[in-house]
Design a binder for this molecule. Structure first.
Ligand code: AMP
Length: 341
């Protein structure tokens, strides 16, 4: 593990995904900030003035080459969705710059089957997985490995339909998952290992192309046009949930944290921001189809806080700011070792 050496800690992240929110929150808590940008993509970070320093690289993968600079700056890296897309797990584990979160948990998120094992241990309700296409006996969603943002996913209802559609796509590893019909709800949590408390920060639903526009076209026209749904994420839409669902929402988050401590490693488990991605059925049962063990982009909606963080903090509290506050508390209490790896 890397611990910052001396002097003032700076907050650093890659210029993408939720960097605006992370850096904005860090500044609110009084930290200096650094953003690592791919050349030609720095404009938003200049315009929004959230970064005290912009380090330009040709490719995010060159972050490895600027490690020495980041160490000299006393930087702590805040991970987000782009990190796992850019780095191979092994490269990432080798990064020497202190990292907010538990690197040991990453492989449990990266592999869909390991993720499933984790969620099962937490006792959460999961969509069924079909081992063979021949077993398909109802609506299923076919998900490709590594396809971040749902690109290329497709639906089928029978082995025949599956075989026809898979042929039209390039050969890639996939899983066949029961398709749950209900309302998609993405839950944003924060767990503090310092106070051992779980917070529900906010919720969102996704805005995906083309699935979120198909309802604007009459069913007959959909058929005439031979439309296929796709799930390419384009943005996020705010959401609050029925208040009576909140006790269950807290229980699910606590169960995911508790189960994470039984995964291999040092028992530190999951901490910081994370998300359960769910579909809520008409009988109000949450099916969890994915866990993200870091900040999710849906939290970008709440740069100025959500109704829930407002109730708790009474001041603007984004997930980005909450991370910075955790780091601040760890510095004050001498507990940085608990939150960095
Ligand atoms: P993902 O990339 O896994 O987050 O999923 C992309 C999209 O597929 C999202 O709109 C989800 O709501 C939807 N989705 C994923 N898995 C399921 C499922 N088992 N049942 C219904 N919808 C799903």
């Amino acid at each position: 593990m890397g611990l910052p050496n001396k002097g003032k800690i700076k907050i650093a992240t890659l210029g993408s995904h939720s960097a605006l929110q992370i850096l904005h929150g860090a500044k609110q808590e009084g930290f200096s900030t650094i953003v690592i940008c791919e050349k030609g993509r720095e404009r938003p970070y200049e315009s929004y003035k959230v970064a005290d320093k912009i380090i330009l690289v040709d490719d995010f993968r060159d972050t490895q080459k600027i490690q020495r600079q980041l160490l000299e700056e006393n930087a702590v890296l805040i991970p987000h969705g782009t990190f796992l897309e850019v780095f191979e797990l092994k490269e990432f584990e080798k990064l020497k710059v202190p990292y907010f979160g538990n690197k040991g948990i990453l492989k449990w998120e990266a592999d869909r089957m390991m993720q499933r094992e984790w969620l099962k241990r937490a006792g959460l309700t999961l969509p069924m997985i079909y081992n063979k296409p021949e077993e398909i006996d109802g609506p299923v969603i076919i998900k490709f490995y590594g396809a971040r943002g749902g690109k290329g996913f497709f639906l089928a209802r029978s082995p025949q339909e599956f075989h026809k559609k898979i042929k039209e796509r390039e050969a890639r590893a996939y899983i066949i998952q029961e398709y749950i019909i209900g309302a998609p709800i993405y839950i944003h949590y924060f767990y503090s290992p310092i106070t051992d408390e779980l917070e529900v920060m906010s919720f969102d639903k996704r805005y995906e192309s083309n699935v979120d526009s198909i309802g604007r076209i009459a069913a007959k026209d959909q058929l005439d046009m031979g439309l296929e749904t796709s799930y390419n994420i384009t943005g996020n839409v705010p959401l609050v949930v029925r208040e009576s669902l909140l006790p269950q929402v807290f229980r699910m988050g606590e169960a995911a944290v508790k189960a994470s401590r039984t995964l291999d490693g040092d028992g530190k488990g999951l901490f910081g921001p994370f998300s359960l991605e769910t579909v809520l059925t008409p009988d109000l049962k949450f099916y969890v189809f994915e866990i993200s063990a870091r900040i999710v982009a849906g939290t970008n909606l709440y740069m100025n806080g959500s109704p829930y963080t407002d109730a708790r903090y009474g001041e603007p509290m984004s997930t980005g700011r909450r991370i910075a506050r955790e780091i601040k508390k760890a510095i004050k209490d001498g507990k940085l070792g608990k939150i960095l790896s």
